[in-house]
Design a binder for this molecule. Structure first.
Ligand SMILES: [Zn+2]
Ligand SMILES: [Zn+2]
Length: 323
């Protein structure tokens, strides 16, 4: 008699344990989403610069993604575009480079005068604070961390994909499965001091934002140093095997050869890319080649401009020059 009883005693634990394996069904899905670019090179409203920033509005959550290069660009463009940053409590820094982090301290300093909680939490990927040789063009992130803390700001480090709000994810560092090497502009490759010792600086902290919507995943990228395909495949693996409804931001294809763009476009077909705003370092030629090679059109693949937006309802609004 002992054996059947034991079997019955075990059964409830199996039944209870089973749903835990389906944790993806517990994640949220975003119904309302708008992404508005606040810093990139092309601008027919506001100021253009070599940098990137965008405001994400998703089901009432307002998140700034990257902060532009110059201290005042995002502040001035937000004012000119009528974008209110006082009710944006948190932000994401995609990686350490100054064209994405340069506005952080001035934004916090200025906006906090009107709303003390605004821009007070910054999500970053593991590795962003690792030591690098001094850079003449921007402040080391270890110094930025101290200055941001002095302004009441707090960094939150991510070493894996994390859902920060229902349906809103940061990828954390992205595994480099495919060779999409795009760091070390001008042939100069830096070094980074990792806990395992010094190594080539491939910007290991590079992370993206993924929003899970009923139409599919929307991915926001800063500079794309992990590679567009590595990033989009990792988003699908980590969040949900859904089509990529939109990819918006900098994807660092400006140096890509024709054959690499052909490979990239075929992979973009595999992940079901439907809308593409190639801003910042994506490269203008790369955007148009990808448009042609993937079969996207003028309404679904454009060069990103300051003030351009993507929303779930209306798709891409490229403004004037990028139409
Ligand atoms: Zn960049
Ligand atoms: Zn970069």
């Amino acid at each position: 008699m002992k054996h059947p009883l034991r079997a019955l005693a075990v059964l409830p634990f199996i039944l209870v344990a089973t749903p835990v394996a389906h944790s993806q069904s517990e994640t949220g899905v975003v119904d309302s989403l708008k992404v508005t670019i606040l810093s990139t090179m092309l601008a027919d409203r506001g100021i253009g610069e070599w940098g990137f920033s965008a405001l994400i509005e998703a089901d009432g959550h307002r998140i700034l993604f990257d902060t532009g290069a110059r201290p005042k660009t995002v502040l001035q463009n937000a004012t000119e575009l009528g974008v209110d940053l006082t009710n944006v409590p948190e932000l994401i820094l995609s990686h350490n480079h100054g064209d994405h982090t340069g506005g952080l301290l001035s934004l916090r300093r200025e906006i906090a005068k009107q709303a003390s909680d605004a821009l007070s939490r910054a999500h970053v990927g593991r590795g962003i604070f690792w030591a690098r040789p001094p850079n003449r063009r921007w402040q080391a992130m270890s110094e930025v961390k101290t200055d941001y803390a002095d302004l009441g700001g707090e960094f939150i480090e991510h070493d894996k994909p994390t859902q920060i709000h229902p349906g809103i994810w940061v990828t954390g560092p992205v595994p480099r499965i495919h060779v999409e090497r795009n760091w070390g502009m001008g042939g100069k490759v830096g070094q980074v001091q990792t806990p395992a010792g010094p190594t080539e600086d491939n910007i290991p902290e590079s992370m993206s934002l993924v929003i899970d919507t009923r139409q599919g995943l929307v991915v926001i990228s800063g500079c794309g140093h992990a590679g567009i395909i590595n990033t989009l495949e990792y988003a699908r693996k980590s969040v949900r095997q859904a089509p990529i409804h939109a990819a918006v931001g900098g994807f660092h294809l400006l140096n890509a050869t024709d054959s690499h763009l052909e490979w990239t476009a075929s992979k973009l077909g595999e992940v079901g890319l439907r809308n593409f705003i190639g801003a910042h370092c994506t490269g203008i030629e790369a955007v148009y080649q990808i448009r042609a090679l993937t079969g996207l059109g003028r309404k679904t693949a454009v060069v990103g401009a300051v003030g351009a937006s993507f929303s779930l309802g209306d798709g891409i609004d490229p403004l004037m020059l990028a139409r």
